[in-house]
Design a protein around this ligand. Sequence first.
Ligand code: SF4
Length: 94
Amino acid sequence: MKNSARRSFLKTATLIAGVVAVPVSFLSKEAFAVLVPKSAMQYRPHPNGPNNEFHCSKCVHFTPGKSATADGTCNVVEGPVSPNGWCLSFTAKA
Ligand code: SF4
């Protein structure tokens, strides 16, 4: 490949890489999230554990609602979830 052809190829490849990379950088990991039905995770609107210490508001997957008692959302199960709920994917916050 001649130098001018190689230079042209590299410019084109760089341009294409830039065009593809910029939109991909705007995609968040949530864009790829697939939520599962509550029944698949045996979700229930009340806590679990010997002292009811395992519940959504203490789970890493929970995003709180507008108040401490309002339903929030979860990045595992679909739909609103109670802060006092629980499911098989419960993972305690550190
Ligand atoms: S993963 Fe389960 S326990 Fe955790 S917030 Fe979601 S529904 Fe609640």
